[in-house]
Ligand binder design. Structure first.
Ligand SMILES: *Cc1c(COP(=O)(O)O)cnc(C)c1O
Length: 434
């Protein structure tokens, strides 16, 4: 299957090329040339299938022409070494818990899958085609990517993060690994880290010496596998007899996660509609209201993994609906919440139901409370474990948050990082002399 650029400025690429490059040369995002509906029989029996079986079918639909079945199944099974249970919160609202993976956030699925698929393409093309992945992070991406790529042959990962601006737990998740993972602590902000990565991609000398790629949600191998758990959630709700009028709320930042859900729907998954839940960074909501897309600098919130002022996957959403504002409005509705509203939701839901939301999931939950119509059942994506935002959550609820065993293990590791200034010359020198 070929992948075209949303900017239509370059010839379509092979899957291997799209995965290795990440972004097309015309700065567009890659889209698969076809989205095939899955057969009726699949949906009829989906509630009898395991998560892994479901995911293998979905993966084959996208990648089956380009990767032999045995290899692809192995990539999927290796990726999904954890469950994504749907848990009842109220009579009408269920939580799709995506935080049972190694770093306790949904990004584990896409990062693990991409690492394995990229590893496969590198193996196939020979050792000399070593790839260096550069990733700027404000926390969650770095930990998921570093852990997803740990030990994968032929790939080096350099994680850039702003010194003193990520939580202890997040920092430990990518600074204690060693092996093919290097953490660079930048004396600056997350925006500085992103600027350094972008400058590196454009630097001729670095590109002559390394094959550089990124691992953010613009990469098709990272965002598409996120479709798996939408099917799995549907299967679980079908077993409960509650899948008939399903609404799915997705806490959104770059809109990679929700786009994977829209792809699933295009493949025939019977979701009635989607809700994009935002914090105060509500550029998409503005678009839904006005038809105008106006990026602006992000503002800091307590749901900081969604502090995005120019959601990169908006280009994919537009492309999927042929640029039609009306079609997008019909498929997706939006809500946005202030920090005070997010905090109030977390407190109220904990008091009334005993369910501890994290600040991102809280946006999704509240969007269902505000947006569900009669007869509908809502599933929101609980995108991270509350312990990843322990200080914030404890300050808001006044109750201790238990840290899962797999997160505690990271805390025991020894931090290893390289400290650099925010100047590009320093970063370049560091890469060239590694
Ligand atoms: C990355 C992230 C999001 C936003 O997901 P997008 O795919 O960027 O829209 C939401 N919640 C958490 C916890 C995240 O880490």
């Amino acid at each position: 299957m070929k992948y075209y650029s949303t900017n239509q400025g370059v010839a379509p690429a092979s899957l291997a090329e799209a995965v290795v490059k990440g972004l097309a040369a015309d700065k567009g995002l890659y889209m698969p040339e076809r989205i095939d509906p899955l057969p009726r029989a699949f949906y009829d029996s989906i509630d009898t299938m395991s998560f892994q079986e479901i995911a293998c079918e979905v993966a084959a639909s996208f990648f089956g022409e380009d990767i032999p079945a045995g290899e692809l199944d192995r990539i999927v099974l290796d990726t999904l070494n954890f469950d994504t249970p749907v848990v009842k919160v109220t009579d009408r609202i269920w939580s799709l818990e995506l935080f049972h993976g190694p770093t306790s956030a949904f990004k584990d699925v896409g990062a693990r899958f991409m690492a394995r698929m990229l590893g496969y393409f590198i193996r196939k093309s020979g050792e000399k085609n070593h790839v260096t992945v550069l990733v700027a992070t404000s926390g969650d991406t770095g930990s998921a990517v570093a852990n997803g790529f740990l030990g994968v042959k032929g790939i080096d990962v350099v994680v850039l993060y702003p010194k003193g601006k990520v939580s202890d737990i997040q920092e430990k998740q990518f600074t204690t690994l060693g092996d093919n993972i290097t953490a660079v602590e930048v004396d600056g902000t997350f925006d500085d880290c992103q600027r350094l990565v972008k400058a590196a991609f454009l630097d001729p000398e670095l590109n002559a010496k390394f094959r550089l790629t990124s691992a953010n949600s613009i990469n098709v191998a990272r965002f598409l596998p996120q479709a798996f758990y939408y099917f799995e959630a549907y299967a679980q709700m079908k077993r409960q007899g509650l899948a008939d009028r399903l609404v799915v709320a997705v806490p959104s930042g770059t809109f990679g996660n929700i786009t994977a859900g829209l792809f699933a729907q295009r493949m025939g998954l019977p979701v009635r509609r989607f809700i994009a839940a935002n914090n105060r960074n509500d550029i998409f909501l503005e678009y839904l209201k006005t038809g105008k897309y106006t990026p602006r600098p992000s503002v800091a919130t307590i749901a900081n993994a969604m502090d995005v002022g120019d959601p990169s996957n908006f280009a994919r959403v537009l492309d999927l609906y042929g640029g039609s504002w009306e079609a997008i409005r019909a498929a997706i509705s939006g809500y946005s919440y202030t920090d005070e509203q997010i905090a109030a939701t977390m407190r109220r839901v904990l008091d009334q139901t005993g369910y501890q939301l994290d600040p991102h999931g809280a946006c999704g939950y509240q969007a269902l409370e505000d947006g569900l119509q009669d007869g509908e059942t809502g599933v929101f994506l609980e995108t991270a474990h509350p312990a990843k935002f322990k200080d914030t959550v404890e300050r808001i609820t006044g109750r201790p948050v238990r840290i899962p065993e797999r997160l505690q293990r990271f805390m025991k590791g020894r931090k290893q990082s390289v400290e650099l200034s925010a100047a590009f010359d320093d970063f370049k020198h560091f890469l060239m002399t590694r």
